[in-house]
Design a protein around this ligand. Structure first.
Ligand code: ADP
Length: 394
């Protein structure tokens, strides 16, 4: 082979080699593009998944904070920000808890964590934050451990239990007062029965004690009924059945039922019945009767002998207004504010009339408001009171 041919062959072999390398490179490039596409795909999937997790964390109704082993905040959701009274602009991520003492709520959180030995324990404790009202949070701390069993920080969950605690407190107060109230008539019955049991009293005295026991029993039934109503009201289990009625007829009937008490106290009771019948109103008859009975009963109870009660009615602005005016002991300004709360009884009322529960006006307010009406009082101490309530016509 000539030198020329030898060179030609060598060149050709080089070209083939080069071509093969190009094919190889093309293959690699295609593989890389494929891998890159797969990576982009996984990255997109990851971003989507992260978006979902973020959305869940952000919409949690509990506060969520995660701190790393150096107590640096690495996650805080909007609910936790609002609980700790910080805004998004405060940029808490990456900051150490102990350095954030300017934020009073974070300081509290840090102190509670420190007391419970911080992030090294799984604990449940209470965080009490003083805002306009006191807020109580159940604080649950949990260690965050990876699949390789490495602890990377602590998750703090803040759950608002303010309402729960308030209800529990109210319930135990309710039980204490209810038990206290029931003790008086029960003691009355016990005492009467003991006297009868001695066998040393006259027939007349025996009749008197039996009558007292009967009155105490009646009081107890009334009280238990009121307590049941209040507990139904508190649980939202007070059911209303509405019917159209003519309110002046109902008032007339109720006054008739109080005839004996009115006569016994020589009270002048005037029913200022409208000349023209008022529009009918849709009410739960039994419950409005309860309200009217309570207001008229109070007017009689807290008005001395020879007093005066005037019951009036008027209709305007699509509502009926009922007023019950008495010439009794009246109510001080201070007591007027507490009148419609559970178990309230003024000290003056307690002296005059021992058999009250302080639940009547609380129940009345609930009933009237459930009808879409309002109830209020105008009074001056020693100069009588007027109770008003309204009922919508529609
Ligand atoms: P009770 O009459 O059983 O005590 P209420 O809830 O009906 O319970 O009334 C609560 C308190 O409001 C009474 O104890 C009394 O102090 C006051 N009160 C209610 N009505 C009158 C009234 N007409 N005049 C003066 N005080 C009243």
């Amino acid at each position: 082979m000539t030198n020329f041919l030898k060179k030609e062959k060598h060149d050709l072999e080089e070209v083939i080699k080069y071509q093969n390398s190009l094919i190889e490179l093309d293959k690699i490039a295609k593989m890389l593009i494929k891998r890159d596409l797969a990576l982009t795909d996984s990255k997109e999937k990851l971003i989507k998944e992260k978006g979902k997790v973020d959305a869940v964390i952000n919409s949690l109704t509990d506060g969520l904070i995660m701190i790393d082993l150096e107590q640096k905040i690495i996650l805080i959701n909007p609910k936790a920000q609002s609980i700790l009274n910080v805004t998004k602009e405060e940029k808490l991520i990456g900051k150490v808890l102990s350095e954030l003492v300017n934020f009073p709520q974070i300081k509290e959180l840090y102190e509670v964590l420190a007391k419970t030995e911080g992030h090294c324990r799984e604990k449940q404790c209470e965080l009490i934050l003083k805002e306009s009202i006191e807020k109580i949070y159940e604080m649950q701390t949990t260690l965050v451990v990876t699949e390789t069993q490495e602890t990377i920080g602590t998750l703090i969950i803040l759950h608002d239990v303010t309402r729960e605690r308030l209800i529990n407190k109210m319930k135990s107060e309710f039980i204490t007062i209810a038990a206290h109230q029931l003790r008086t008539p029960l003691t009355g019955i016990k005492w009467s029965l003991e006297m009868i049991n001695t066998g040393t009293i006259t027939e007349e005295e025996e009749k008197e004690f039996l009558d007292k026991a009967y009155q105490s029993n009646e009081r107890m039934i009334k009280l238990v009924n009121s307590l049941l109503i209040v507990s139904h009201l508190d649980e939202g289990r007070f059911v209303y059945k509405f019917f159209e009625i003519q309110i002046e007829n109902l008032i007339q009937e109720i006054i008739e039922n109080f005839k004996i008490q009115i006569k016994n106290k020589a009270i002048k009771c005037i029913f200022d019945k409208p000349k023209i019948p008022l529009s009918k109103t849709k009410v739960d008859l039994e419950k409005i009767q309860m309200v009217l009975e309570n207001l008229i009963d109070n007017a009689i109870k807290y008005t001395p002998q020879n007093g005066k009660i005037i019951i009036s009615l008027k209709e305007n602005n699509n509502k009926i207004e009922v007023s019950i005016k008495d010439s009794g002991m009246g109510i001080s300004k201070e007591n007027q504010e507490r009148l419609f709360t559970k178990f309230f009884r003024s000290t003056e009322a307690l002296k005059i009339e021992t058999s009250g529960s302080g639940l009547g006006l609380f129940i009345a307010k609930n009933i009237i408001e459930a009808h879409g009406g309002q109830i209020w009082v105008k009074s001056k101490e020693g100069r009588g009171s007027t109770f008003y309530f309204t009922l919508p016509i529609d």
